[in-house]
Design a protein. Structure first.
Length: 247
């Protein structure tokens, strides 16, 4: 009985040892497996972290690119707005220039019409009287006789509302052409100054120095040194006048 118990105890011990031995192997195996899993988990975590980091970098780069594109688009939009504003200003300026040009064109048209009207009116003027004012040899000074003739012209002009006066200066045949033109102009100027001093508006006087009197005029040297003064009045006024001018 004792031996049986001993064997039983020994067998139990052996059974316990046998049971204990596989347990240690299993624990070790489990630890190995756990270690392997931990390593894999660590590798997965590392890869995941790297993937997340790469993703963050990519997102940051994408965001930077988007921001750059947005800034570029905004800059282009600002440039386009400035260009549009400049174009608007140029369009406004062009419109103002065109309006000014139209105004000038209208003024020019009006002036042309006025000139044409004046020409037409002047064409309707006729010589009402003519006076020849004589001068001394190589002189451009009015004589008393010449002043008296000009007084007659002034009186006749003041008797009408509308008139023009033509003043044409001449010399004799002595001297050069250039000198005679200058002398004839000085004689005509002397007549104009006298008329203006007597109240004739300068704008109504037309003057010219023509130089030497043509030989075809059949005048003596004394008569060649003269200034012809023509008083012109409208044809209707001349027709209504009873007394024609002296010639």
């Amino acid at each position: 009985m004792l031996h049986s118990r001993t064997l039983l105890g020994t067998g139990g011990l052996l059974l316990l040892v046998a049971l204990a031995t596989p347990g240690c192997a299993t624990k070790k195996y489990v630890q190995q497996q756990v270690g392997t899993v931990d390593k894999r988990v660590s590798d997965v975590d590392k890869k995941q972290s790297e993937a997340v980091a790469n993703l963050d970098n990519k997102e940051q780069k994408d965001v930077s690119r988007v921001e750059e594109r947005a800034m570029s688009a905004e800059s282009k939009a600002n440039d386009a707005a400035k260009a549009a504003q400049t174009a608007d200003q140029k369009a406004v300026q062009a419109g103002q220039d065109a309006q000014a040009a139209n105004g000038l064109a209208q003024q020019a048209t009006t002036k042309v019409a006025d000139v044409q009207h004046q020409v037409e009116v002047y064409d309707n003027f006729k010589v009402a009287s003519t006076q020849d004012v004589l001068f001394g040899f190589n002189k451009a000074t009015l004589t008393d006789e010449g002043k008296a003739k000009l007084d007659t012209v002034v009186q006749a002009a003041q008797a009408v509302t509308r008139f023009h006066i033509e003043v044409q200066g001449y010399t004799d045949q002595v001297g050069s052409s250039a000198y005679n033109i200058g002398l004839s102009a000085r004689r005509a100027d002397a007549v104009v100054r006298y008329l203006v001093d007597k109240g004739i508006a300068l704008r109504r006087v037309h003057t010219i120095g023509l130089g030497a009197t043509p030989k075809t005029a059949n005048l003596g040297k004394k008569e060649m040194r003269h200034v012809t003064v023509n008083l012109l009045v409208p044809d209707a006024a001349m027709s209504a006048s009873a007394a024609p001018g002296t010639h």
